[in-house]
Design a protein around this ligand. Sequence first.
Ligand code: ASP
Length: 329
Amino acid sequence: MKTTNAHVVVLGTGGTIAGRAADAADALGYVAGQIGVRELVGQVSVPGVALRAEQVANVDSKDMEFAIWRELAGRCSHWVAQDEVSGVVVTHGTDTLEETAFFLHSVLPLQKPVVLTCAMRPATAFAPDGPQNLRDAIVVAAAPGARGVLGVCAGAVHSGEDVRKVHTYRVNAFSSGDNGALGDVEEGRLRQLRAWPDPPAAAATSLRAVLAADALPRGEILTSHAGARGAMIDMLVRERAAGSEGAVQGLVLAGTGNGTLHHSVGEAALRALEAGIAVWRTTRCANGRVLPHAGDALPGAGPLTSVQARVAMMLALLRGEDARVPRLT
Ligand code: ASP
């Protein structure tokens, strides 16, 4: 697929792609979110594609917050609604890219592409990966027919529904898990391998709720492990029983294997459920899904990773739904 006469808007949120280090050899001791998105966009070009840049935030994505997600969702929906805009690129830190991608996938009823991209090396590195990733993301955002929330890193195109960070250091830091990548970008051309992601049925309702909200309902993630205890869960239940402001409304338990829980955690989880807290099980495993089984006391979140499940749960709670059972479409 070749791109022609396309308009792509690049929204900057920060990350290592906008990071600066004092020493070009230092790929760790840098400060993320230092360089403005206009400067980043000024370093790349794609033939036939007009670019426009807008700064939404400039943060290290480990510090990502709902206020930025809400602003980003609003700006993405504004720009994709413009006839002349082919697609949107979001520059983002790698650390929480998967959460932002899944959040945007959950709230944007898209017919155009919104492509998140990033870098593992700061912009000041000897061989920064950011410019190539940004260029590849622009190619995808301008590709005729492309749609949905996507992630582009190290030449691979991932669905926003599947993308996850799997490496702490390598430039090829992302995977789509069992589903595999959605495509590749090679020499400025998109090679599509599987279908574009469809937004969930509740996307438009979620977007309206997000744009009107000051905060998401509180959801926490706890892990089950050898020697685990339910004391943390009981503390959250007590906080809720005391009517504390911002008390937890949902709990994701990252279980072992097929979402199994240490008996102490499982017993406390049932007390949480009894107290009105939604509880979903996910897995600590890097791949695979939590498969349901007759007699499950707590629902599994299917293919969702723990951080994805938390986002899905908070959005279900925000929509005012009964969130005790995950809606997996
Ligand atoms: N801490 C950085 C961030 O997520 C890491 C990166 O972008 O690679 O913003």
